[in-house]
Design a binder for this molecule. Structure first.
Ligand SMILES: [Zn+2]
Length: 336
C-alpha cells in the first residue's frame, strides 16, 4: 500500500545568515558544530539542536523505509515563517526556502512533495509568491495558526486564501507562536497545552469568520488532528447556539457543519482518539502525519494505525487517498 506522510519538516543544510544580511532581527540560522548535528540559533540564542535527518533527503528516505513509507510531504519549520520581519525580507527568505523545496521534489519526485511558505504579513507579496510557486511544482503552502497574533479570519489575509483557491494550492495550518507561551514556560506547556489550543483557535477563526463559506473549494488541512477543536466541538457548538450575539456575528452556519469539509492529520498518539477523529471526520478527511523528525512527532510513521483494527479501505484512505485528494495529486505521479 502506498504510504504518504502528510506532515513532516525539512530545512536546507545551508542557509544565509539572514540577521547579518538584513542587518536586524533574530532570524534562524544553522551552526553545523559537529558531524550529523546542527544548532538552530535564533539570533545569538540557542533554539534547539537538530539531527542530520532534518536536512539530508537521502538519509530521510532511508529512515522511512523501515516504516514502509515512500512519500514525505515536506514543509519548513514554523519558526522559519518570519512573519515579524520586513515583508520584502520575509519574501526573500521564503523564496529561498521554496526554491529548496521545489528542487527537492524535482530531484526525488516519488519521495518528496513540497509545501511552501509565504510572507503572510503582506498579502500582495504573498499572492505573488503563490503564483510563482504554483509554477515550481509545489502543491500548496503551510501557514501559522495566527499571524503575529492576528487571527486568520482578518480581512487582510483573505486575498491569500482566495489565491490558494484560485490556483488550486492546498493549505496546511500549523500551530506556532503559541498563546500564553510567556506565562507557561515550565513543563513544555506551550507545546502540550498551547499548540492544540492554537489549532482550535485557527479553525474557529476561519469557521466563524466565514472563510469556508466564501471559498468552498479551498482545501485546508489542520495539523495534529485539529488540536483541541474536535474534542471540544460540543462546547463550541453550544456556545454558537446559546450566545449567537457573540459567536454567530459573521457566519450563522453551525460550526459542526464544517466537520468533514476540511482535512486533519493523524497525529494523536492515541488509537482511541484517532477512532473518535475518524468517526467525526470520515476516513477520507484524515491523513497520515508524523511531525518527523521532531521528538513530539509520531516517529514510527503511523505504526499505531497499522496495529489498529480498521478496515483496509479506511487504512488506505488514511495512508494515501486523503492526502492525494487534499493536494489534488494523481496517485500515478507517485507510483514507481
Ligand atoms: Zn509540525
Amino acid at each position: 500500500m502506498l504510504k504518504i506522510d502528510a506532515h513532516t519538516h525539512i530545512l536546507p543544510k545551508k542557509m544565509p545568515n539572514w540577521s547579518e544580511k538584513f542587518g536586524y532581527g533574530d532570524f534562524i540560522y544553522l551552526q553545523h558544530h559537529k558531524k550529523g548535528f546542527a544548532k538552530m540559533m535564533r539570533g545569538n540564542q540557542f533554539f534547539r539542536e537538530i539531527n542530520e535527518n532534518c536536512w539530508n533527503p537521502e538519509l530521510r528516505i532511508k529512515e522511512y523505509e523501515e516504516f514502509h513509507t515512500q512519500v514525505q510531504v515536506v514543509c519548513t519549520i514554523p519558526v522559519m515563517f518570519s512573519y515579524w520581519a520586513r515583508p520584502m525580507d520575509c519574501l526573500d527568505l521564503s523564496k529561498f526556502l521554496n526554491d529548496h523545496l521545489a528542487k527537492l521534489s524535482e530531484k526525488y519526485p516519488k519521495h518528496y512533495v513540497g509545501l511552501g511558505t509565504v510572507p503572510m504579513q503582506d498579502a500582495d507579496l504573498a499572492v505573488k509568491e503563490l503564483e510563482r510557486i504554483k509554477n515550481t511544482g509545489l502543491k500548496g503552502i503551510q501557514i501559522g495558526s495566527n499571524i503575529n497574533d492576528d487571527n486568520l479570519n482578518e480581512e487582510k489575509f483573505f486575498p491569500v486564501f482566495e489565491a490558494c483557491e484560485r490556483l488550486g494550492l492546498a493549505v496546511m495550518v500549523h500551530p506556532w507562536n503559541m498563546m500564553g507561551e510567556k506565562s507557561m514556560q515550565r513543563y513544555w506547556l506551550p507545546w502540550l497545552v498551547g499548540m492544540p489550543a492554537e489549532t482550535s483557535r485557527a479553525m474557529c477563526s476561519m469557521i466563524f469568520g466565514g472563510i469556508f463559506e466564501r471559498l468552498p473549494k479551498l482545501r485546508v488541512m489542520f495539523a495534529h488532528a485539529g488540536g483541541s477543536f474536535l474534542p471540544t466541538i460540543g462546547r463550541i457548538e453550544h456556545g454558537f447556539a446559546c450566545r449567537p450575539d457573540l459567536v454567530a456575528i459573521d457566519n450563522n452556519v453551525n460550526p459542526r457543519n464544517y466537520i468533514g469539509k476540511f482535512w486533519v492529520d493523524s497525529i494523536t498518539h492515541d488509537p482511541l482518539m484517532l477512532e473518535y477523529v475518524l468517526k467525526m471526520q470520515g476516513s477520507k478527511k484524515v491523513m497520515l502525519g508524523s511531525d518527523y523528525p521532531f521528538p513530539l512527532g509520531d516517529l514510527e510513521i503511523g505504526k499505531f494505525i497499522e496495529a489498529m483494527e480498521l478496515p483496509m479501505e479506511v487504512k488506505e484512505d488514511i495512508f494515501c487517498n486523503s492526502v492525494l485528494e487534499w493536494l489534488d495529486l494523481p496517485k500515478e505521479d507517485l507510483i514507481k
